[in-house]
Design a protein around this ligand. Structure first.
Ligand code: MN
Length: 286
């Protein structure tokens, strides 16, 4: 895919990418390469599940395109882009290096990004909220002690599973297998993540994990999900004035399909909201 050849890269202040799943057969590495070559940015956030270490362990798979994606990212880091790697559950081993910097790439489990307009956004992968999402009753108890307990349980449970070689419990997988409940899972996830942002006193949150690109206002929190590079091939970007926008890469051109401006008019989980992205996360691979 060399569609960007000869074109001038488009500049964004910030680019967020999540759920790339390098090392997994379903990864759209060629499309991502074309996207990466077509943009320049001051900040590049890798919002988790970038290298699918679980998948590589299960079935070794690493074609040249996947290498090229890493090289392109390293190249950007070398030439001045501030690259921040926020680990997810498929690359959770990197969480052991929280706060460290490797080859100009900073690893941070969660980080607050300050936009050009001064608004502060929590950047986090999102798997941290899985147990909250799993327990539907917990959502009703948001704000209570149960929420904190579930967050702590989630971390310990998955650390224990990892020690005995069990794979991470996957929310995306659960959504895939419980199509009927998919919308409930998604809205619970979005509510849990937005609640965390409200608790921290930031203006919004940027996450991934459920493979469903989105910009929506939940109470006073701007919830953004970068989507993924398995099916939707989407990126969240910040323009120089601080405006956020979702881009969907289609190999021939970019399509903008969600903007911060219209978020106030998009209530959560209505048909109108649904029109903002391609059909649901239900059938997407984890
Ligand atoms: Mn994930």
């Amino acid at each position: 895919m060399s569609n960007s050849t000869g074109t001038v890269p488009r500049f964004f202040r910030t680019v967020w990418l999540s759920d790339i799943h390098l090392g997994f057969r379903g990864c759209s590495a060629a499309s991502l390469l074309a996207f990466l070559r077509s943009v320049e940015c001051e900040f590049l956030y890798l919002v988790g599940d970038i290298i699918d270490i679980w998948s590589v362990r299960k079935r070794p798979f690493w074609p040249q395109d996947h290498n090229n994606v890493l090289r392109t990212i390293l190249g950007k880091a070398k030439y001045g882009t501030k690259v921040i790697y926020v680990p997810g559950n498929h690359d959770e081993m990197l969480r052991d290096y929280d706060g460290m910097t490797f080859g100009n790439i900073r690893i941070s489990d969660r980080i607050v990004h300050r936009k050009a307009d001064g608004k502060r956004f929590l950047v986090i992968h999102g798997d941290q909220f899985d147990s909250v999402v799993r327990s539907s009753r917990a959502i009703a108890l948001l704000g209570s002690h149960a929420y904190d307990v579930l967050l702590a349980v989630n971390t310990r449970l998955n650390l224990a599973r990892r020690k005995v070689g069990l794979p991470y419990w996957s929310l995306a997988g659960a959504i895939k297998h419980k199509v009927k409940n998919a919308m409930r899972y998604i809205s619970n996830f979005e509510a849990a993540v937005a609640f965390e942002a409200a608790r921290l006193g930031v203006d919004g949150v940027i996450c991934g994990h459920i493979h469903r690109a989105q910009i929506v206002s939940l109470n006073d929190i701007t919830y953004c999900n970068c989507g993924d590079w398995v099916e939707s091939n989407s990126a969240l970007v910040e323009h120089e004035d601080g405006r956020l926008e979702l881009l969907e890469w289609q190999d021939t051109h970019r399509i903008a399909f969600g903007e911060e401006e219209d978020r106030a008019f998009v209530p959560l989980l209505t048909n109108k909201d649904d029109a903002h992205h391609r059909d649901g996360a239900a059938g997407r691979p984890a």
